[in-house]
Design a binder for this molecule. Structure first.
Ligand code: FES
Ligand code: FES
Length: 159
């Protein structure tokens, strides 16, 4: 079926199968492999992308469900000149990843969190991020990165 939607600020027109997931469309058709797939049952958060600004598991969302909606993947987060988004930079500065497999989903979930709540407490962060699993870091550096990103974004007035 035909499908058009906004992807990382650009209009996309493509086709998808009725059973095709958004993750499959992004990775296999559109070559956006920054979106990772692990559990495929909406448990780990590795496949998180934003749809109309809210985090969704692209492993279980059917591709056609994003028709006429706005999708943001990790590839769309950096500035047009290549400058990393403050959340991306904060994850680097706080060494908030090891294998990196959870990182794109973590960063996009963080963006949704900070768009909704620019000054989250540690409890707010822990609660909001509980759908994103990291097998490597023990979460402490991730929480620090989110706090650093919140501070930077507040100082820079950025979204
Ligand atoms: S791969 Fe989608 S939630 Fe785990
Ligand atoms: S950095 Fe390896 S799963 Fe999070």
């Amino acid at each position: 079926m035909k499908l058009s939607f906004q992807l990382n600020g650009r209009s996309v027109e493509t086709e998808c199968e009725a059973q095709e997931t958004l993750a499959e469309l992004l990775r296999d058709q559109l070559n956006l492999t920054g979106t990772k797939v692990s559990c495929e049952v909406q448990v780990c958060g590795a496949c998180t992308v934003l749809v109309d600004g809210l985090p969704v598991s692209s492993c279980t969302l059917l591709a056609y469900e994003v028709r006429d909606r706005d999708v943001l993947t990790i590839e769309g987060l950096a500035r047009p000149d290549g400058t990393l988004h403050p959340i991306q930079q904060a994850f680097i500065d706080e060494f908030a990843f090891q294998c990196g497999f959870c990182t794109p989903g973590m960063i996009l979930a963080t963006k949704a969190l900070l768009d909704e709540n620019p000054k989250p407490t540690e409890d707010d962060i822990t609660h909001y991020m509980d759908g994103n699993i990291c097998r490597c870091t023990g979460y402490v550096p991730i929480i620090r990165a989110i706090q650093r990103a919140a501070t930077t974004m507040a100082q820079e007035g950025k979204k």
